[in-house]
Ligand binder design. Structure first.
Ligand SMILES: [Zn+2]
Ligand SMILES: [Zn+2]
Length: 201
């Protein structure tokens, strides 16, 4: 496991950690076509294959207290325990609403410098906020959030630049205002581990 950089923004220390060669989206309580759409959109942002593994067999993570939410860290550990291959990052994607005891909700989680991340689409849908469905917006939010978590996988902490995809966002309004790419400080560290697509527009 790579050394974590708690400062954020600064390049992660070189660990000789392997470059990611494949991203496997592990769909948990999410329809296969929704997972395929996320993979297709994500593959336009990274320069490695994005595959989908639908896993109806994985145990549903426990509730957080009495809330109608499920424990993000339990699900993260469940996915981390899967055998994805040495050069593969496993990214759980789920329709379950996720939280941890100290937060009202989480959009995603990741093991800093590790090989696993997790994103919930539940609170990325306009429907959650009583608005009309907008699959394209949900997809865009989901991919942005996955890239943020992949930045953590690359060893990045949160960035103070609000235009940077690595800045922390507490709610969906802030998420929509956040930039969709890595800032000049974060990008080299992210790209060292996660090959990124060159974005033309
Ligand atoms: Zn984060
Ligand atoms: Zn940044």
């Amino acid at each position: 496991m790579a050394q974590a950089d708690p400062g954020g923004g600064a390049p992660a220390p070189s660990t000789g950690s392997e470059r990611v060669g494949r991203i496997c989206l592990v769909a948990v309580e999410l329809a296969a076509d929704a997972a395929d759409a996320v993979a297709a959109a994500l593959s336009r942002r990274v320069a490695v294959p994005c595959e989908v593994s639908v896993r109806p067999d994985l145990p549903r993570p426990p509730r957080v207290g009495q809330r109608e939410q499920h424990d993000a860290d339990v699900l993260l550990r469940t996915i981390e325990a899967l055998d994805g291959g040495l050069d593969t990052v496993l990214v759980g994607i789920t329709g379950l609403d996720l939280a941890i005891p100290i937060f009202t909700h989480v959009f995603g989680r990741a093991v800093l410098g590790g090989r696993v991340a997790l994103v919930s689409l539940a609170r990325l849908t306009p429907e959650f906020y009583g608005q009309p469905p907008d699959p394209a917006l949900t997809l865009e939010r989901g991919v942005t959030e996955i890239l943020h978590e992949l930045g953590h996988v690359a060893g990045l902490g949160h960035c103070p630049d609000r235009g940077c995809i690595m800045s922390f966002v507490p709610n969906v309004e802030s998420l929509d205002l956040r930039g969709h790419g890595f800032c000049a400080s974060c990008e080299p560290s992210a790209a060292r581990r996660i090959p990124l697509a060159s974005v033309a527009s």
